[in-house]
Design a protein around this ligand. Sequence first.
Ligand code: KG4
Ligand code: ZN
Length: 340
Amino acid sequence: MDITILGIESSCDDTSAAVLRGTTLLSNVIANQDVHMKYGGVIPELASRAHQQNIIPVVDAALKGAGITADEIDGIAFTRGPGLLGSLLVGVSFAKGLAIAKDIPLIEINHLQGHILSHFIDLPDREVPHPAFPFLCLLVSGGHTQIVLVRDHLDMEIIGSTIDDAAGEAFDKCAKVMNLPYPGGPVIDRLAKEGDPKRFKFAKPNVDGYDFSFSGLKTSFLYFLRDEMAANPNFIEENKADLCASLQHTIIQILITKLTKAAKAYEINNIAIAGGVSANSGLRTAIAEEGRKRDWKTFIPEFKFTTDNAAMIGITGYFHYLRDEFASLDVAPVARAAEL
Ligand code: KG4
Ligand code: ZN
């Protein structure tokens, strides 16, 4: 029988556990943390406390959902980083405890690789197309925005990244300015559907190569609203849908411009997107349209694998397991991707 991997994800504000047999997903349980909503952003100390409360019931539910016991696990894959240290520590410590108790090998996972490899998760009831190598992946999350050249499952090269804010951060910060709830990305996505994407124009960055910048857009959005609100205090309320649609349109254009440039330069037609912002309906449509125009083969992830989940950690663990790449018991979490 194929190997069984338990995946554990606790890098930010979602506690998640998943079980895979081979590349097939048997269960994927996610506990969201509502506690941050009233603060308009993730409070690290509250996140790690919520992880501590959630981790045992979440892992238990994942094992039960998969119909297995802890004794049937061949490897425990956990997110080592990047992320919030206190949050990561809960997942890492739990993984170590279970590894010692049951004598199961540990596998450390780079969260960003996990997002990309979510494209290789098989579902028990349905075929999911996997990108062929090499492919380019636009990785867009709350903390990162990158174009990654993927040569093989674990052979990846970052060819472009943001020099300031991430795309998800641009969504979240602009949402906050409009007094929308956290996280702002999904809210803007919903409101944008009713608005005119061409109504307002915001600053687009001028950055070399395949790198991104979103702080100029954020500032121009902020100043624009400040001036309009001075003239009409109801401006945001009256124009919410158009503001969201125009902002989302600008972010998508910034992303697609660089992705297209990279695809041309590297002569790669297999194009994937991943990470929380790849849940955005406007981005999903835009990538598919661009693909038709440019003859790309596009890979848009299952909606449930876009934001943070342990299934993507489990699948990445599977590929490491096949290569006998295991972590030692003294492994510690790291906050930044560069430290991995
Ligand atoms: O990958 P993820 O769950 O966590 C990180 O690794 O950062 O990404 C979270 C980000 C947040 O910024 C959130 O606003 C954004 O993904 N997001 C969206 C949508 N759903 C989540 N952004 C735009 N449209 C969405 N539908
Ligand atoms: Zn993530």
